[in-house]
Design a protein around this ligand. Structure first.
Ligand code: NOJ
Length: 518
């Protein structure tokens, strides 16, 4: 199942207010079906003051009016299901907006019924923050609350207070929001910031990061050992999974922090945790055959027995892959993503090679960019609205788009649909091939030695063996292997299925898929 991430705000506007909405998304279901995606992951659509792209939620069981209504949501869900597409929602259990009624109550005094629903602490010795913990978005992670004469903790913005997951009432309240959506029929969740749900109860200071220097953003000055990836956070994920498992056939993906070697941990041991801890290793890897070989090997090695892998090549927090590797290699990325063992995740626009869109300073929306300047951390460039056609509003809106669209008007869905050699059509063919070849879906992964700038691997299931050779360079390369087979697909234009024997001459930036004949 291919998972396609959609940020509703940037996908399709239906009412000319410059922001995408649910009715707009509904109009585009035919496109999703045409492309062949199996599931949509929708970023937050809930009521929110929208200080952080909707990840600051004021009511978990609602739809923000800028996206539509609950009725629109139900219509959308029904239409997706009728088209055989599942819907995964973002679940943000770590924090709420400071506009949430829970926080309004909690902050009012030290002894109201919700007083312990958020993380609060007494001031430090000098009247300053309780300890040295830093917010990801810059500065201390503690904010003074005058009403309680205490500090409260925020992993992200001060307007995103962290919930207290040690409090069973909080757990139950989040479980109730999950049930609200599960009973409406959603197919699962992507858990936001799952690794930071619990912070050290002794409030111990984080140690300095020995690798920190002036080139690293200030929020990374300390190693977050007492705030991130605490063992108790795993209990919280297990709890979320238990709630999910009370409904059949639902999926739990999750944002996890840290290095690849920690990822196995998020699958769970005696108790299950996430089905799919999201793996961004490809995006973090250097783009050459040797590095890819090491990155992918480290990832597979980190998986526990029986764990199902996944690979992510785009997301609303990540710079566009096409900007990283270039348009020619974007085709190779598509082939790698759709042929390697694991569930593929892509972000709307990746299928046409969308690139980072330059955002003029007066149009910047992302708080990360505003607060931690000079480190290229802004996420607006990848969040720019999708271009459906080459008109001024890109087929996205008839109004003023909330972020500028790409000026590369030719790179749009309509044009790519009409060009059989486009990246979009390559994605479509690859997705179709995954469906036709069970070996590409479920076959085991067979590592091969990267050589001559070619990253290659095999997949095997029963008697079927498929080989994939990816030329990661801009020069022609000889891909040497023994045996013969049928070339199923190439990233190059107008590839015909044909018989190949032994070594294959790969064109610059070419990838090929070969089904071995025995
Ligand atoms: C992770 C989300 O992906 C990101 O966009 C957001 O800023 C933070 N969580 C805070 O909610």
């Amino acid at each position: 199942m291919v998972v396609y991430e959609i940020a509703a705000q940037s996908f399709q506007d239906s009412n000319g207010d410059g922001q995408g909405d649910l009715a707009g998304l509904l109009q585009r279901i035919d496109y999703l079906t045409w492309l062949g995606v199996g599931a949509v992951w929708l970023t937050p659509i809930y009521n929110s003051p929208n200080h952080d792209f909707g990840y600051d939620i004021a009511d978990f069981c609602s739809v923000d009016p800028r996206f539509g209504s609950l009725e629109d949501f139900d219509k959308l869900l029904l239409a997706l299901h009728d088209s055989g597409i599942r819907l995964i929602l973002d679940l943000v259990p770590n924090h709420t907006s400071d506009q949430h009624a829970w926080f309004g109550e909690s902050r009012a005094s030290r002894n109201n019924p919700k007083a312990d629903w958020y993380l609060s602490a007494e001031a430090g010795a000098n009247g300053g923050p309780p300890n040295n913990w830093l917010s990801r978005f810059g500065g201390s992670a503690w904010e003074w609350c005058e009403e309680r004469r205490q500090f409260y903790y925020h992993s992200f913005l001060p307007s995103q207070p962290d919930l207290n997951w040690r409090n069973p009432e909080v757990r139950e309240a989040i479980a109730a929001t999950m049930r609200f959506w599960l009973e409406r029929g959603v197919d699962g969740f992507r858990v936001d910031a799952s690794a930071v749900l619990i912070k050290d109860d002794l409030l111990r200071d984080n140690p300095p990061d020995p690798e920190a220097n002036d080139e690293k953003p200030p929020p990374q000055a300390r190693r977050p050992v007492f705030t991130d990836d605490r063992p108790e956070a795993m209990r919280c994920i297990e709890y979320i999974r238990e709630v999910l498992d009370q409904h059949d056939g639902k999926l739990l993906c999750g944002e996890v922090q840290g290095k690849t070697d920690r990822i196995g941990h998020f699958y769970g041991n005696s108790k299950p945790r996430l089905h799919l801890p999201l793996n961004f290793a490809l995006l973090d890897s250097e783009w050459n055959a040797i590095s890819l070989q090491a990155t992918i090997d480290a990832y597979f090695n980190a998986l526990p027995q029986g764990a199902w892998p996944d690979f992510v090549i785009g997301g609303h927090d990540k710079h566009r892959v096409a900007s990283k590797v270039g348009q020619s290699q974007a085709r190779v990325v598509a082939m790698l993503l759709m042929t390697i063992r694991g569930t593929p995740f892509l972000f709307a626009g990746d299928e046409i090679g969308s690139e980072q869109v330059p955002i003029p300073p007066d149009r910047v929306q992302d708080p990360f960019e505003k607060l931690v300047k000079g480190f290229d951390l802004g996420r607006d460039p990848e969040r720019a609205p999708l271009r459906w056609d080459d008109t001024e509003g890109g087929g996205f809106t008839s109004g003023e788009p909330w972020l500028p669209l790409s000026r590369d008007r030719a790179r749009n869905i309509k044009a790519h649909q009409g060009d059989r050699n486009s990246l979009l059509n390559l994605y479509r063919e690859l997705i179709a091939l995954r469906r036709e070849e069970p070996c590409l879906l479920r076959g085991e992964y067979l590592p091969r030695r990267a050589q001559n700038d070619i990253f290659s691997f095999g997949r095997r299931m029963n008697d079927t063996e498929i080989l994939v050779g990816l030329n990661i360079s801009g020069e022609p390369r000889l891909w040497e292997w023994d045996g013969c087979g049928i070339r199923l697909l190439s990233t190059g234009p107008d590839c015909k299925q044909e018989k190949v024997a032994g070594s294959i001459h790969l064109k610059p930036n070419e990838g090929v898929i070969v089904k071995v004949i025995r």
